[in-house]
Write a new protein. Structure first.
Length: 294
C-alpha cells in the first residue's frame, strides 16, 4: 500500500478564514515524525510556487509529492478552467506527482452553500472534465474527480452523473462521500475500476447528519470535530481498503482528517496537536494492512 499525508490534517486549507494556518516547515516535519514519506501539496500558496524551491522544500523533509487538490470552475461556459489548472499543474509536474485531484468548484469561497445547475451547465461541466483530463494526461499525470461537500458534485446522483457522462476516474474521499449522502463502501464495491486515488477520512455520523439536515454548516461541523482519526468514526475504512485491494487498486491512500485550528498547537511531541491524530490514523491503517496481508 502507498500511504501519504495531507496538510489539511494540520488545518491547512484553501478557504479564507478557515482557521489558524501552521507553517509548512512544522507540518512537513510532523509528517515525517508520523512515518510518512509522501504528501499532497496542499492549497496554492502553502508551499513555494517556484518549482525549484518547491522541489527543494519537499526534498529537505524527505517527502515525495503524490498529487494535489485543485478546485476548478467547470460549469461556466464563459470561464476556461484551464486557467485555474495551469499553475497547480506546473507545480505538480515539477514535483514528480502522479495525480491531479480536481473538484467541481462553485466559484465562491468555502463549502457551505452551492447553486443548482441547469442541464446546459451540467453538459459544460462534464465536457470540461474530459477536456482537463486529456490536458493532464498529456503532461504524464492522471486527473481524478473528487466528490466534495459544497461543490457541484456532492451527492450520489451527481456522482452517478459524472460516472455516466464522463470518462474521468474518481478520487474516493470516504468522508465527503458519507457527508454528501453516499455510502462510500457501497460505491467502492460498485465501481472499483473507476477509482484511481483515495482520500481516507473517518467521520462522526451524528455531526454529518446535522450537516445534511441543515442544522450545522459544513464548516461548523468540521470545527466541532466531525472528522476523527481513522477507526474512531462511522466509516468502514477497513472494508473500503480491503475492497480496493481485492480489486487491484494501485493508487495512493492519502490520510486526511480535516481540521480547523484556532492557534498554533503546543509542542510537536507525540500526543500533542494534530500529530497525535495522524499517529492514531497511521496505527489504525497499519492494523488494517496487516489484516489484509494475513
Amino acid at each position: 500500500m502507498k500511504v501519504a499525508g495531507a496538510p489539511i490534517s494540520w488545518g491547512v486549507c484553501e478557504v479564507p478564514g478557515w482557521g489558524y494556518q501552521m507553517s509548512p516547515d512544522r507540518v512537513l516535519a510532523e509528517m515525517r515524525m508520523a512515518g510518512l514519506t509522501a504528501t499532497e501539496l496542499g492549497p496554492e500558496g502553502f508551499l513555494p510556487s517556484d518549482t525549484a524551491e518547491l522541489v527543494a522544500t519537499l526534498s529537505s523533509h524527505g517527502l515525495s509529492c503524490v498529487g494535489g487538490f485543485v478546485p476548478v470552475v467547470l460549469f461556466d461556459e464563459d470561464h476556461d478552467p484551464l486557467d485555474d489548472l495551469a499553475g497547480p499543474l506546473e507545480s505538480l509536474v515539477a514535483a514528480g506527482a502522479g495525480v491531479v485531484v480536481l473538484a467541481a468548484a462553485t466559484g465562491a469561497d468555502g463549502y457551505d452553500d452551492r447553486p443548482t445547475l441547469s442541464e446546459r451547465q451540467w453538459e459544460t461541466l462534464l465536457s470540461n472534465l474530459d477536456r482537463l483530463a486529456a490536458v493532464v494526461a498529456a503532461r504524464g499525470l492522471i486527473a481524478v474527480l473528487h466528490p466534495h461537500v459544497g461543490t457541484m458534485v456532492e451527492n450520489r446522483a451527481e456522482v452517478d452523473r459524472v460516472l455516466a457522462g464522463s470518462d474521468i476516474p474518481l478520487c474516493l474521499d470516504t468522508g465527503h462521500l458519507l457527508i454528501g449522502g453516499t455510502d462510500p463502501l457501497e460505491l467502492t464495491r460498485e465501481v472499483p475500476g473507476r477509482i484511481r486515488h483515495a482520500h481516507l477520512k473517518d467521520v462522526n455520523a451524528a455531526l454529518a447528519a446535522k450537516v445534511q439536515s441543515g442544522e450545522l454548516t459544513y464548516t461548523q461541523a468540521v470545527a466541532e470535530g466531525m472528522y476523527v482519526p481513522l477507526g474512531a468514526g462511522d466509516v468502514d475504512v477497513a472494508g473500503i481498503v480491503k475492497t480496493l485491494e481485492d480489486n487491484g487498486f494501485d493508487g495512493w491512500y492519502v490520510m486526511e482528517q480535516d481540521n480547523i485550528l484556532d492557534a498554533e498547537p503546543a509542542g510537536a511531541a507525540a500526543g500533542a496537536g494534530p500529530l497525535a491524530d495522524v499517529l492514531a490514523s497511521v496505527a489504525f491503517l497499519e492494523k488494517v494492512t496487516s489484516g489484509i496481508s494475513a
